[in-house]
Design a protein around this ligand. Sequence first.
Ligand code: ADP
Ligand code: ADP
Ligand code: MG
Length: 543
Amino acid sequence: TCGICVEKCPFDAIEIINLPSELSEDPVHRYGENAFALYGLPTPEPGNVTGILGPNGIGKSTAVHALAGERIPNLGDHETDPEWERVLDRFRGTGLQNYLAALEAGDVTVARKPQYVDQIPKQFDGNTRDLLERTDERGALDDLVDRLNIRPVMDQDIDSISGGELQRVAIAACLARDADFYFLDEITPYLDIGQRMVAARLIQELANDDAERSMLVVEHDLAILDLLADTLHVAYGEPGAYGVITDPKSVRNGINEYLKGYLDNENMRIRPSAITFEEHAPRATSKGTPLVEYPDLTKSYGEGEFELHVEGGTIREGEVLGIVGPNGIGKSTLAKLFAGSLEPDTTDLDFELDIAYKPQYIDIDQPMRVDAFLSSITDEFGSSYWNTEVAQPLQLDRIMEQDLVDLSGGERQRVAIAACLSEDADLYLLDEPSAHLDVEQRVRATSAIRRYAENHDATVMVVDHDIYVIDLLADRLMVFDGEPAERGHASPPQEMREGMNDFLADLDVTFRRDERTGRPRINKPDSQKDRQQKRDGEYYYAP
Ligand code: ADP
Ligand code: ADP
Ligand code: MG
């Protein structure tokens, strides 16, 4: 296949692989003969946030190296020494001209946030304060530390803080700098929705605060990207072979075209089918025999450290139950109670379910190949059924022979999802399966999980902070609220409408529908729609 479709390609795959005809011009950069080629560059705009939407391996970092002045693009000629002058000539008269001129003159300073924050502890020795203090070039660090809620871990060693904390520290470290060009490669992994919105707002404020600053953000959470960016480049192509970065589009059009699978201006199909959302809450269903009925439960850690109250409820066989709520509220604790690895304070849980559990932070650093690892989990490994249901949609064939330790964050995530679904269990619990997956992979992983549940009458619980992933996946919702790290409360599973209303009311966020595509979009706080929907108590499925 061309790497775009999951199933057999309904289009002529060859057409898709071939370079679109308008790309007959030279690439901006080619690494070598028959090596990866990048077409087009994103345009940093002073005072604005520019978004990039597209798969991994499509040349986004290559483009950023160029825009950061770290590598002069060779314009496709990898044999001659590249020169800025030729690059300037090529982009004269385009939106990039001024930016490239400043770059050539050495007038551009760059701050960046790396994609995989989990790597930071390997490169830095010391505590959070040590790391952040050296970045405080604008005198804004105190404010960033407060708003990103980093204060509680200021004196903790960087190698002892959680992924979500590390993500916020990395964002603060980037935004504290005084630069002309900021590049943030994904801001949302491990953050809950509230934290995602804070990060988005901080980036916008920084762009708006100085007409000279430009921000470039790669982001795969579409609701956040929509909120964050002023303009958008879609990136498409064949990961590892070539990538095309489109001219800037309005954020709304860019995301809509992306979801539709068809780029209007480019006249280009990038996916065989559209991604669609439920505009109305799925009708309440009573189907499904109970898998478990559980009583009210409490679980506390130590003396007054954290206390979880779970309201009793029923999980139905064969349903996909979405789990939403802030970080540190007790979601993983509940999973451990169900799995029997933790005991509730008083009540005895007399069911012992076989739970297949994919934790949020994936620790599979064994010196073992992917195929050996997966075949140690299931006898079905390599069967045509397993290939169709698990390996193909998660695109495992390209990484089967790699060592687990060498996998990138997104590759590791896909292996961990596959490992979880390959177990023979009563209940599959996936904690943030979308982390580090690009949008395309999110869509595939989502449909793989759904299809797996349908074909096996498997019951699945999915914790995720990407509202589009939850919308596409869940039949019902379990909502957690409370005070993170102090007390948590879990509601019984609810129908989608009630669940979304409870969850979003707590966050004080409403969604409207894009008129053309029905895609949910975050309302501006205090806009007319926001106020009306809050009055009506319709936070997500507004009529
Ligand atoms: P993205 O940031 O979109 O994930 P990258 O720009 O990192 O993509 O990489 C795009 C492609 O270019 C990948 O296939 C990568 O293997 C290849 N590539 C990156 N750097 C080099 C290099 N120095 N030499 C050859 N190929 C490279
Ligand atoms: P979530 O999965 O919603 O992010 P968790 O269930 O992991 O939340 O944790 C809830 C709270 O309980 C957090 O404050 C966490 O630090 C604390 N906690 C989790 N496990 C333990 C433990 N074994 N001992 C003490 N505190 C814990
Ligand atoms: Mg958790």
